[in-house]
Write a protein that binds this ligand. Structure first.
Ligand code: UGA
Length: 418
């Protein structure tokens, strides 16, 4: 099938390269000429495991081409995916200006019968509104993405499900065929349900993380160990163990934005989503709790205290700093006058001293904060850490280290809920 993908960000890159790897003829439209040149030379503009290798393969096979002009990208298209950013507007709603600009540019040039699919997360009703604007010459659909940064390529090839929301049966059939080579349950529904499924998934997962954090906080208050409590409930197949790891709160480009947008959308529809409002508030308080722990470990004041931070990205496996709780902590400690040194294997924080290794960061530190769950942190020998640190406190905001091992090295340990 001839496919066009507009936007070479996280979502668009993975969608374009993924569909090209399935043998479809994909044209990727991207406005930034530097990004276009980079992709054409086989370099992925985003850090995502396996993506660069797959990109080179589809360029070599000739199934992917990249275009700086969107109109060139959509010639001969059977299906067009819109993968432009929909960031939070200042009032918390989704800012659809990039999509509005694109539709104004391409509306008059859309091939008859083409299926225009929103891959970006768009508020419920966007498909219906766009269909009214474009008329019945084209079919507008929703096919939300459920990719996680860090495992996006494998999530694309082995998804838990594919959700397609479209009013026209033939258009739905076309989209089903597009994913024929992927083995996954297919949910074929109306556009509004597909649009809401995306927000509901992220809101539920954000709520789960927040619930895990709340139980961890309660564990600290009553002297219980969150690891055992989560183990104690995780055997229940209705609950499970996944996605309740305590930490400094959720971050990234999706959960904070989508939870805000859903609260706003609910409000506009006359539903007061108090549950999700509390999740958002609790999540913000969670990172302050971690900051309090570091401050207490530093003796009550951060001014002049050397603090080492392991991790800056919002989670392990990515260089993404968007809404990162680790970044928030780094900046707050810096603002309070701490001498902050950061090590992150992928991300760089401007204006902060970056170290080349975990040990280099820990060198001379009074307090060590583990802020992002990079696997490598759990393999650092804590005796080596103790030997280079000046102070003794380790605040493990990701519960990654073995408390016994940390203590055996002569250091003092505080995790989250243990
Ligand atoms: C999330 C969803 O998981 C994807 O399904 C969705 O497609 C994507 O948003 C999106 O809307 O585009 P992502 O933001 O890449 O993916 O990251 P997650 O792995 O879901 O983590 C989100 C945040 O929750 C991170 O800050 C992470 O550290 C935190 N988290 C996650 C925890 O604190 N504890 C957990 O147990 C799990």
């Amino acid at each position: 099938m001839n496919v066009t993908v507009i936007g070479a960000g996280y979502v668009g890159m993975v969608q374009a390269v993924g569909l090209a790897s399935l043998g479809h003829r994909v044209r990727l439209g991207e406005a930034n000429p530097d990004r276009v040149a980079m992709i054409q030379s086989g370099d992925s503009p985003i850090f995502e495991e396996g993506l660069s290798a797959l990109l080179r393969q589809v360029l070599e096979d000739g199934t992917l081409s990249v275009h700086s002009n969107n109109l060139d990208a959509l010639s001969e298209a059977d299906v067009i995916f819109v993968a432009l950013p929909t960031p939070s507007a200042p009032d918390g709603t989704a800012d659809l200006s990039a999509i509005g600009g694109l539709l104004a540019e391409i509306a008059a040039h859309l091939p008859d019968g083409v299926v225009l699919v929103f891959k970006s997360t768009v508020p419920v009703g966007t498909v219906a509104k766009t269909q009214r604007e474009l008329g019945d010459r084209v079919h507008v659909a929703s096919n939300p993405e459920f990719l996680r940064e860090g495992s996006a390529v494998s999530d694309f090839l082995h998804p838990d499900r594919i959700v397609i929301g479209v009013a026209d049966t033939d258009a739905g059939e076309k989209l089903r065929k597009l994913y024929d080579a992927i083995e996954a349950p297919l949910v074929m529904t109306d556009p509004a349900s597909a649009e809401l499924a995306k927000y509901a998934a992220n809101a539920y997962l954000a709520t789960r993380v927040t619930f895990g954090n709340a139980i961890a906080n309660l564990c600290e208050a009553v002297g219980a160990d969150v690891k055992d409590v989560l183990d104690g409930i995780g055997h229940d197949h209705r609950i499970g163990r996944h996605f309740m790891r305590p930490g400094p709160g959720f971050g990234g480009s999706c959960f904070p934005k989508d939870t805000q947008a859903l609260v706003k959308a609910a409000e506009q529809a006359g539903y007061d989503f108090t549950l999700l409002k509390s999740v958002i508030t609790e999540n913000e308080v969670q990172r302050s709790r971690v900051l309090d722990k570091v401050r207490t470990a530093a003796g009550g004041e951060l001014a002049g205290v050397p603090v080492a931070v392991w991790g800056a990205a919002y989670k392990g496996g990515t260089d993404d700093l968007r809404s990162s709780p680790a970044l928030w902590l780094i900046q707050r400690m810096d603002a309070e006058g701490a001498a902050v040194t950061v090590f992150d294997p992928a991300a760089t924080v401007d204006g902060i001293t970056m170290a080349g290794s975990p040990l280099e960061a820990a060198s001379g530190a009074a307090v060590l904060l583990v802020a992002t769950e990079w696997d490598m942190f759990s393999t650092v020998d804590m005796t080596d850490v103790a030997a280079v640190m000046d102070g003794q406190w380790v605040i493990d905001a990701r519960n990654m280290l073995d408390p016994a091992e940390v203590r055996a090295a002569g250091l003092r340990y505080r995790g989250i809920g243990r």
